[in-house]
Design a protein around this ligand. Structure first.
Ligand SMILES: [Fe+2]
Length: 242
């Protein structure tokens, strides 16, 4: 089943509620209406071109509540594009308990996962071998600047305030620990963030189980209330110029 627009709308409503509950403030473009986006001129190009903003996806899994993500990208650059030279990125993740992205690693991105508020985040790590398969080797990473030695598939529990570093070619999955987050309708929510080198979602991700899509196929069962980061309308001035 494709991801329904009603589920996307509802997920962002909940994300805003969770973020507010934890006392965090997102930038103003998180709260623009669809009409305001239609009127937004070229001053907003960086948001559109760097695909900042809301990112709700099932990765093509058709199983959003287990394999999916609700993210807000606050900043990013575009590799090899001189218009957008930022070499860093920041994403906020609203984690309903047990929902996770498919296991994957990055070819070049290095990321810190930070448990910001709520319950705990469980992070499972395995080194990738030269062929991109799970390796049986032990390895080290850093948990808040301290060395942590890990075996393949080991899970690290991050409490609020704690973080760890995921180096390139490290297979990872993380999710909110069941029973620890702030509950809405019986589901616990944890807030985490990712601070990383520049994020190139279209070229730098290697999925162990590849559902084929980074962004979802959407069933339009109700009106869109938010533009996702890959859906923004072009600025009026650009349409005229083309
Ligand atoms: Fe990742």
């Amino acid at each position: 089943m494709n991801l329904k627009r009603s589920i996307i709308n509802h997920s962002i409503d909940i994300a805003k509620e969770v973020i507010k509950h934890y006392g965090v403030h997102l930038p103003p473009f998180a709260y623009l209406t669809t009409d305001e986006w239609l009127a937004a001129g070229p001053d907003y190009d960086e948001i559109r071109d760097c695909m900042l903003g809301w990112d709700v996806t099932d990765f093509g899994s058709k199983d959003f509540y287990n394999i999916g993500r609700v993210l807000f990208t606050a900043r990013n650059g575009r590799p090899n594009n001189p218009l957008y030279p930022k070499q860093y990125a920041e994403k906020w993740l609203i984690d309903p308990e047990n929902q996770r992205a498919p296991a994957h690693f990055h070819l070049s991105k290095r990321e810190d996962i930070i448990c910001r508020a709520g319950g705990n985040i469980l992070v499972q790590l395995t080194k990738a071998d030269p062929d991109g398969n799970p390796s049986s080797e032990t390895f080290t990473t850093q948990v808040d600047g301290c060395v942590r030695r890990l075996g393949p598939g080991e899970i690290v529990r991050l409490h609020p305030g704690e973080s760890l570093t995921i180096h390139p070619r490290t297979i990872h999955q993380f999710w909110g620990e069941e029973g620890t987050g702030w509950e809405i309708d019986g589901v616990g929510y944890t807030l985490s963030s990712e601070i990383s080198s520049v994020c190139d979602d279209l070229n730098d991700n290697v999925f162990l189980v590849d559902y084929g899509l980074r962004f979802p196929e959407i069933e339009e069962d109700e009106a869109r209330r938010y533009y996702l980061c890959h859906e923004y309308p072009k600025a009026e001035s650009r349409i005229i110029a083309e």
